[in-house]
Unconditional design. Structure first.
Length: 377
């Protein structure tokens, strides 16, 4: 019997929340033969990730997933077998009543934000609140045994391996984006929030003897890039050179295309959660811009991951990459640590591959969710 899943997503940070839930929904359908409804409160944000979305439709099918507009006035809806509230979003009260009225009680889970903090292991899978007789459970993605793992399609790492060993495929993909890779230049992708540290980083690349080619998909950091270049604005297709630095603006692309962009690059600057995880699957050195929270509570999560990720690096390389990450997230001058990172690129590249293989040896998030449901029955 096909298991029915409802995934609820409120779009808080433009693309991170919907990015995670859209990947999860597609994987549950494609690899686990689940019937999935994805409830989204902002289809216009979703449209950027999936241009086939018709924002005016209340419900539609996309890649095997039933995508539903999350309306303010909730219609009578039968609850699914498994209900996921993504990132602690509040379910409609009428839907919660429908869960309680089911003859067979559904499994209700809160899919939480990704974290490397130690306490996550102890809380993963524990019961949370109840609504009437329906129990909710914590489900924490994570990097360590005892957590829910990371989103990873079954064939992802093999597809990446083949692509990264196929120069013609990479050249063709980049050409489709209007990118001509310069021989000997570092190819860098940049997807970030606004950041005062960008000017120092770009200046360091512009004055470096080794050229850099930075690819910037449309996003919030474009304002800082434009200010450094001294232009009024930037749109896809824009290309500027200053010293050893070439800056090129790309259109916002679908998730699968963004994966390939990460695979092409020598270094990836990413933000939030979805692109952060995908950069790790690229097996290339990365720079993470964490989503800032009030009272700097995000810094504990940031430092927890940094401690875990840098284990096994030599002291000098750990100091270089940790310093760069901290500079970037504090909006501080990055020049010194960027030069140190460039000098240690080989060890960082080997470490990124080893980290990817280590994480890839664990069960992926979708599989872990399905297993949790089967064990719960």
């Amino acid at each position: 019997m096909t298991v029915r899943w409802d995934i609820f997503c409120t779009v808080v940070d433009n693309f991170g929340d919907i990015g995670v839930t859209w990947r999860l929904a597609r994987q549950l359908v494609a690899e686990h033969q689940c019937a999935v409804r994805l409830w989204v409160d902002d289809l216009r944000a979703f449209e950027r990730l999936c241009p086939d979305i018709e924002v005016s439709l209340r419900e539609q099918w996309q890649q095997g997933v039933q995508v539903c507009q999350w309306p303010k006035d909730w219609p009578a809806t039968e609850a699914a077998d498994v209900v996921i509230a993504a990132f602690a979003c509040q379910l409609p009260s009428a839907y919660m009543d429908a869960m309680a009225e089911r003859e067979v009680t559904p499994l209700w889970m809160n899919l939480d934000y990704l974290s490397a903090e130690d306490w996550v292991i102890g809380c993963h899978g524990l019961p949370s609140v109840k609504y009437k007789h329906v129990q909710k459970y914590f489900f924490f993605p994570g990097f360590q045994a005892g957590t829910g793992g990371l989103l990873r399609e079954a064939d992802l790492l093999e597809r990446r391996r083949q692509f990264q060993h196929d120069d013609a495929a990479q050249k063709s993909f980049l050409h489709g984006l209007g990118v001509m890779r310069e021989p000997g230049a570092r190819l860098i992708s940049l997807f970030a929030y606004e950041n005062a540290g960008l000017a120092s980083w770009f200046e360091a690349m512009a004055t470096d003897v080794c050229p850099s080619h930075v690819l910037v998909p449309e996003g919030r950091v474009l304002g800082d890039v434009a200010r450094w270049l001294g232009v009024d604005g930037l749109a896809p297709g824009a290309l500027h050179r200053r010293g050893g630095l070439t800056v090129q603006v790309l259109p916002f692309v679908r998730q699968d295309e963004y994966d390939r962009l990460l695979w092409c690059c020598d270094f990836n600057a990413v933000r939030g959660e979805d692109s952060f995880v995908r950069a790790q699957w690229a097996g290339r050195p990365l720079l993470w811009h964490i989503y800032q929270q009030e009272e700097d509570v995000h810094l504990e999560k940031f430092e927890a991951f940094l401690r875990l990720y840098t284990q096994g690096l030599s002291e000098s390389v750990e100091k270089a990459i940790s310093g760069l990450w901290r500079d970037w997230n504090a909006g501080q001058d990055m020049a010194e640590h960027w030069k140190a990172v460039c000098a240690e690129h080989l060890e960082l590249a080997e470490h990124a591959q080893a980290w990817c293989l280590e994480q890839g040896s664990r069960a992926d998030l979708a599989t872990a969710l399905v297993k949790f449901y089967r064990n719960w029955l």
